[in-house]
Design a protein around this ligand. Structure first.
Ligand code: NBG
Length: 812
């Protein structure tokens, strides 16, 4: 195996500067240097990449194709260097050249081809797949514009396009030779072939050519390189030049438009279905290209299409790629002439589906007329799947209309993607224990009754390589010095750090590192927000997408309450806090945007109020994304995981904070439950309704927040401050928030996320935090225990479970 060579690397950096830009180091811009360094790293990686695939081929391995509309990779360069274990060498070389790796890393765009947890999970999975040596492809879309850049102006969120490809992506590789044609629209003609079989031929369709771009995914220290393949669209008439000749001018123009728009932009919705036609086009586009290529690749080395499930598994990341089921059927039926029964059996053995939410507004349901017009052949197949499925339901539950209503794929004029995914897959998994239980007991109860063998849980995880080794070098080094570096590839080994939890010197060292990381973040905040924060205060952090169910509103209402208290009782016992919040709201999500404005308005008032002596500071981090997340997690004392119980499928930020030694204040929701199982009551601050209680209230139409408002003067004051101009003179602005809490909106449930109901319990938990933090030794002990118990939450563990229980993959 070729080792990373220092001399060659050094030569390459200068050589690439010359070849790409005709510049010397002295003349080159920082961006050009970033490019040259990246190409030099890539040059080394490509050899490993080729060797990995040779090895895969010679062993005839099984591949998992992880199909996802989102891959939230974050910056690639630093992570690659770490995974190559070339960090020291690269730093040395760069120093000799008068360069600094950290500032070169800052030049890289932060590829944000994802919204939040779902996309970041996909990225963590790729890191683990390579590190563990599992043959895998990540398959997605090469959006020209990723997640928008969030700017805060006058406290309001403004969305700015994220042109991440502006300088080109040095790590990608265009693979024209694997281009695929994807067909939209037209109609399906039926004819009999010579053997009397029905043939279905799509005609008068529009074509788009899908062009793959491959990005290498480097495993940690094992020279294994897998591939993230993202598809771009190109107009088809460069292939079918005759379109113009036939006078089919309009069609040519339409195809060009289609090609130009399909990969233009990532829909910025997290946990929310918008039902846009273009989105369905995106879904079919990348699915069709992926499945066609996977089938061809399989057939290059195998004879029998009937055994494809032995070498291929398609994992569907949420319902977004669900057309996979029908697309694979189409290929097996129409291109390989299999019978329906054969094709169905193979499809069922090849597809597996992960559910990531129970939020009803996130459920994908396409209007049948839209779906059938856009994908006429796919629709026929879905219709037939549905027809056959309903026969099974009818024979099992004769006359049971409710079962049909709940389980049909086609119902009420809609195509219900989750139902198709469940029916077409051999595995259905949730992403945390409690989430899977809720799926089985409630959301997908009828399916569970019919297909209990399909259901399983795979609790999410995160990669410690990015979120500790790369993001928190000080803590990483400290841990490795104390217990060795096994944790890098085997996170449960980190439990040995618990031996130091009560060691006073270790506690002090740990808190010193935390302090340094807080200074690093404080500097960032000063630079970006112009706010001075005290690293000695408690850093209490909530960073995640803005969503009502995640309850940033509970956090800010509590801050308003604390501030009222401090004003009223200036001498009250209070440990200084810095509340740090950050996250993007979907561009069309009005109330989420109002909450951002509220946070910023409250921040303005509190930060400027000298009478409280800086005891509270409030900071809204602009443009929260993977790169600044890597600064934020290491600096947190307190991790806010305060979603309404039952709503957060898992959460993964909760794990990143824990790994970096923050203590969680949270509800019994998602993976918080499992964090609690690991760390115990003493090392976490639990509060709020349980998911059972929440679901019980929901069953009976909610609860009455008015009662709380009327009987609780403190809450009343805080709510009135929303609309009396106390924080922002424009009274109307926070009206929607006020109304959402008290239910003055017609037809809307009052306080559907139980914010007022959980308020006091949250306040109590917060008071405990203030008290606990005063005992530095005990706090350090708890924090170290959190780190020590984070072993379960590595995505390596998650991937091992997927590989063994769903994909049946072998490591190389
Ligand atoms: C999100 C959940 C999170 C979960 C991630 C990854 C969607 C649809 N779901 O709780 O809200 O951690 O998926 O599984 O984005």
């Amino acid at each position: 195996m070729k080792e990373f060579n220092k001399t060659k690397f050094k030569y390459n950096v200068e050589n690439y500067l010359k070849i790409l830009f005709r510049k010397s180091i002295e003349e080159a811009s920082e961006q050009q240097i970033f490019q040259a360094v990246s190409y030099s790293i890539k040059e080394y990686i490509v050899d490993l990449w080729i060797e990995t695939h040779k090895e895969y081929e010679s062993r005839d391995v099984k591949f998992v194709y992880y199909l996802s509309m989102e891959f939230l990779m974050g910056r690639v360069l630093g992570n690659m260097i770490i995974n190559l274990k070339a960090d020291e060498t690269v730093r040395e070389v760069l120093e000799e050249l008068g360069l600094n790796l950290n500032s070169i890393e800052e030049e890289e765009a932060d590829p944000a081809l994802g919204n939040g947890g779902l996309g970041r999970l996909a990225a963590c999975f790729l890191d683990s797949l390579s590190t563990l040596g599992y043959p895998a492809y990540g398959c997605g879309i090469r959006y020209k514009y990723g997640m928008f850049e969030q700017k805060i102006e006058n406290g309001f969120q403004i969305e700015v396009p994220d042109n991440w490809l502006k300088y080109g992506n040095p790590f990608e590789m265009k693979r024209e030779e694997y281009a695929q044609e994807v067909k939209f629209g037209g109609y399906v003609r039926m004819e009999r072939d010579g053997e009397g079989r029905d043939k279905f031929i799509q005609e008068n369709y529009q074509s788009v050519i899908a062009i793959p771009y491959d990005i290498p995914i480097v495993g940690y220290g094992n020279h294994i390189v897998n591939t993230l393949r993202i598809w771009d669209a190109k107009e088809a008439n460069t292939f079918n030049l005759d379109s113009f000749d036939k006078g089919d001018y309009l069609k040519a123009v339409e195809e060009k438009n289609l090609a130009n728009t399909i990969c233009e932009v990532l829909y910025p919705n997290d946990n929310h279905y918008a039902g846009k036609e273009l989105r369905l086009k995106q879904q079919y586009f990348f699915v069709s290209a992926t499945i066609q290529r996977a089938v061809s690749k399989y057939m290059e080395n195998h004879k029998d299409i009937r055994k494809i499930h032995e070498k291929v598994c398609f994992q569907l990341n949420d319902t977004h790629p669900t057309v996979t089921v029908a697309e694979l059927m189409r290929i097996l039926l129409d291109d390989y002439n299999l019978s329906w029964e054969e094709a169905w059996e193979i499809t069922n053995k090849t597809c597996a589906y992960t559910n990531h939410t129970i939020m009803t507004e996130a459920l994908e349901k396409w209007p049948i007329d839209l779906f059938s017009k856009l994908l006429p052949r796919i629709y026929q197949i879905v219709d037939e799947i549905n027809r056959r499925f309903l026969l099974v339901v009818e024979s099992r539950y004769p006359g049971d209309k409710l079962k049909i209503k709940n389980m049909a794929i086609l119902y009420g004029g809609e195509v219900r993607m989750a139902n198709l995914a469940i029916i077409g897959s051999f595995s259905v998994n949730g992403v945390a224990k409690i989430h899977t239980e809720i799926l089985k007991e409630r959301e997908l109860k009828d399916f569970y009754e019919m297909y209990s063998e399909k259901f399983n849980n795979k609790t999410n995880g995160i990669t410690q390589r990015r979120f500790l080794l790369h993001g928190n070098p000080l803590l990483a080094e400290w841990i490795s010095k104390k217990i060795g570096d096994e944790w890098i590839t085997n996170l449960p080994a980190i439990k040995k750090i618990a031996d130091y939890a009560e060691d006073m010197t270790a506690q002090k060292e740990f808190m010193d590192i935390k302090y340094k990381n807080k200074i690093r973040l404080a500097d960032y905040i000063y630079k970006h927000n112009g706010i001075e924060v005290d690293p000695n205060s408690i850093f209490d952090v909530q960073v995640k997408r803005l969503h009502e169910y995640k309850r940033q509103l509970l956090n800010i209402l509590h801050i308003m309450h604390l501030y009222n208290q401090l004003k009223k009782y200036p001498d009250m016992d209070f440990y200084p806090r810095t509340f740090i919040l950050g996250g993007k709201a979907s561009a069309g999500y009005k109330i989420a945007k109002a909450i951002i404005k509220l946070i910023n308005s409250v921040a303005d008032v509190i930060n400027k109020d000298e009478s409280i002596n800086g005891k509270i500071k409030v900071v809204f981090i602009e443009n929260y994304r993977v790169s600044n997340a890597e600064l934020i997690f290491p600096a947190a004392d307190v991790s806010e995981q305060i979603s309404t119980a039952s709503k957060e499928a898992s959460g993964t930020g909760n794990m990143k904070f824990m790994l970096n030694g923050a203590l969680t204040v949270g509800t019994m929701d998602g993976a918080n439950v499992e964090i609690f199982e690991e760390v115990g009551e003493e090392n976490m601050f639990l509060f709020g309704l349980s998911s059972k209680e929440v679901m019980e209230y929901e069953l009976h139409g909610g609860y009455d927040p008015k009662e709380i408002y009327d009987s609780d003067a403190e809450i009343q004051l805080v709510l009135d401050q929303l609309i009396n101009g106390c924080y922002f003179p424009d009274h109307g602005l926070f009206n929607d928030i006020y109304k959402s809490l008290l239910g003055i909106h017609k037809n809307e449930k009052a306080d559907p996320y139980f914010i007022l109901k959980d308020f006091h319990s949250y306040e109590l938990a917060q008071r405990k935090i203030g008290k606990a933090y005063r005992d530095t030794g005990a706090w350090a002990k708890s924090a170290i225990i959190n780190v020590a118990k984070s072993g379960k939450f590595s995505s390596d563990r998650t991937i091992e479970e997927y590989a063994a229980e769903i994909w049946k993959l072998k490591k190389i």
